[in-house]
Design a protein. Sequence first.
Length: 148
Amino acid sequence: MVKTYHKGARAERELIKFFSEHGFMVMRGAGSGTSGLSPDVLAFKGIRQYVIEAKAQEADRLSIDKEQFGNLKKWGEVTNMETYVAWRRKKEGVEKGDDSAEAWDKKGVGMRYRWRFVPLAFFKENPRVYSISWEEARKYGKEISHLI
């Protein structure tokens, strides 16, 4: 549990640093990673305003318990801010000399990890959780560079 908390906190700090470096005012949510009542990160720059729940997992499927998902959804509804689950995985390898669009996508934006910012609408409801596969996250989620 402690290792998971530290991995998540590192991911949140990575997002805070990235958005700050791109001119956003950024806040880490109180009780982030523990209570599920507050989102992990709030980012503001003019009309671009984001509620972000950060997840750092290498699994092929990401699951969020119903209570935490409901709280995140409520944040979006009450604040009218764009709300995302930001899923971080390690970068995928790229063949040397491959300049295809897919290879550039895999290279990310210069960070050690790859992020997908997935709107809540793309998560599927299951009996105990909401979930999405990495392939669906890649298809429907946004790259971090599209938010700045």
